[in-house]
Design a protein around this ligand. Structure first.
Ligand code: PHE
Length: 450
């Protein structure tokens, strides 16, 4: 056991917070959140989403981190350590599989962001049909695949370097870059003529917004995806956290940063979309079709377009590394592989699994699942609407009923002074979260297909 016997830990509590918030803040905030909000009519959806974040997301983040820190293991090993001789390790295995699936297509989108940095810089958005530009790019066979591989190679490089020298070092470099980029972009967006309408959409909503079972499932899926919950990222990152550090406070910072950046991304995108008569409900193409149209028309649009896609790529990278870390930690802990070998082998396999997602916009676009979409949408739907909530459900049941709320709370509340979780948490963990997730999943799935 070369690496497995000596487990690394974060060099500081801030290292954990930045890495965890780097995982949370990603395509989910800047690409997915605005278009899901746009499809669901704005403010009312955001309200439902925020309630889910506070009531389900935050307690689950504390729970996952406590499971990880107590066991000092990857998700599979963590359940094995806390509930020996039971089937609970399967809940951890579901997390590892989910990480595998999400990273496979996440890296495809990561590749698009890389290629769009160069397009924006080269002025490729001017005088063209942006839907066609996007369709032509993602519809090709080779170029998007090569960008997907480049993105995966960057991810592997960081993970192979280790927890402190790889993950912590890079998130400490990349966070200030993200912060600066987003501030520049907001200043540009809210000073556009006609920006007010977009701000109104974000905070007041569209008049014709309707709420159905699907709305709640969309909100839960978005909450889990954007907070990186339900698949063991926080078990894994928590396993590198020192016993002295305060968990409830760190989790609160991460939830706050993630929610803050999602709203800020909305403040970049909706003012720009409304100022140039775009459609906020344009779907997954919002960031890649509508925004390039906006950049083409705005003063210094080439520069701001380049900065926007750079922001998206950096945010995606700090999330992708957490996805690869979960599966890598599993191979290191459970099978005794070295870190570099585990990261490289898994990265290559995951890149191959991502190929169908990439091809689903071109050569394989004929394959469609009713009510879901192409292969890419299918991967996204299974992972976000089924696997992540299911993972969250199992984690809550495990911590609330098997490991016990007492052990979970003792673990979460040990460590330095600061925020502590109180008695409300036990009730939420045992009853509110399992019931809420189960109900939303049943109604949401029925709503999706009938
Ligand atoms: N939270 C990331 C984002 O918002 C995606 C992610 C999901 C990362 C699950 C890790 C685990 O883009």
């Amino acid at each position: 056991m070369a690496d497995g016997s000596r487990r690394e830990s974060w060099a500081s509590r801030l290292g954990f917070i930045l890495a965890a918030a780097g995982s949370a803040v990603g395509l989910g905030n800047i690409w997915r959140f605005p278009y899901i909000v746009g499809e669901n009519g704005g403010a009312l959806f955001i309200l439902i989403y925020l309630i889910i974040v506070v009531l389900i997301g935050y307690p689950l983040m504390v729970t996952e981190t406590a499971i990880g820190r107590s066991s000092k293991r990857n998700p599979v090993g963590a359940f094995k350590a806390l509930a020996p001789n039971s089937m609970w390790w399967l809940a951890g295995a579901l997390g590892v599989i989910t990480g595998f699936v999400i990273l496979s297509y996440y890296s495809v989108v990561g590749g698009w962001t890389l290629s769009y940095i160069f397009r924006a810089a080269a002025g490729a958005f001017e005088g063209v049909d942006h839907e066609q530009l996007f369709g032509d790019h993602v519809g090709q066979t080779w170029a998007p695949l090569i960008w997907h591989l480049v993105f995966m190679a960057l991810t592997i490089g960081i993970i192979a370097a280790g927890v402190v020298k790889g993950i912590q070092r890079w998130v400490q470099i990349l966070w200030p870059v993200m912060g600066l980029l987003i501030v520049l972009l907001i200043v540009r967006a809210v000073t556009l003529e006609g920006a007010g309408e977009g701000i109104g959409f974000l905070f007041l909503g569209a008049e014709d917004a309707t709420v159905t079972g699907r709305t709640f499932l969309d909100a839960i899926a978005q909450a889990f995806f954007t907070l990186s919950l339900g698949m063991g990222v926080f078990i894994t990152y928590g396993s590198y956290l020192s016993d002295r550090d305060n968990v409830p406070g760190a989790a609160a910072s991460v939830v706050g940063m993630d929610t803050g950046i999602a709203i800020l991304a909305g403040l970049v995108i909706f003012p720009a979309v409304f100022a140039f008569d775009g459609d906020p409900g344009a779907g997954a193409g919002l960031a890649f079709i509508t925004l390039p149209g906006v950049f083409a028309e705005m003063p210094l649009g080439g520069l701001f377009g380049t900065l926007f896609f750079l922001l998206l790529a950096v945010a995606a990278l700090t999330s992708a590394i957490s996805l690869l870390e979960v599966v890598t930690a599993w191979l290191i802990d459970q099978k005794g592989w070295t870190r570099a070998k585990a990261a490289a082998t898994l990265g290559v396999i995951i890149a191959i699994v991502g190929i169908p997602s990439s091809l689903s916009f071109g050569a394989w676009s004929g394959f469609e699942v009713p009510n879901i979409g192409n292969l890419f949408d299918l991967f996204d739907w299974i992972a976000n609407s089924i696997f992540l909530p299911l993972g969250g459900l199992l984690t809550a049941i495990f911590a609330g009923w098997i490991w016990s709320t007492r052990s979970t709370m003792d673990e979460a509340n040990k460590g330095e002074r600061g925020l502590k979780i109180g008695g409300w948490y036990a009730v939420v963990l045992k009853y509110v979260i399992p019931i809420a997730i189960a109900v939303v999943m049943v109604f949401g799935i029925v709503d999706t297909f009938v």
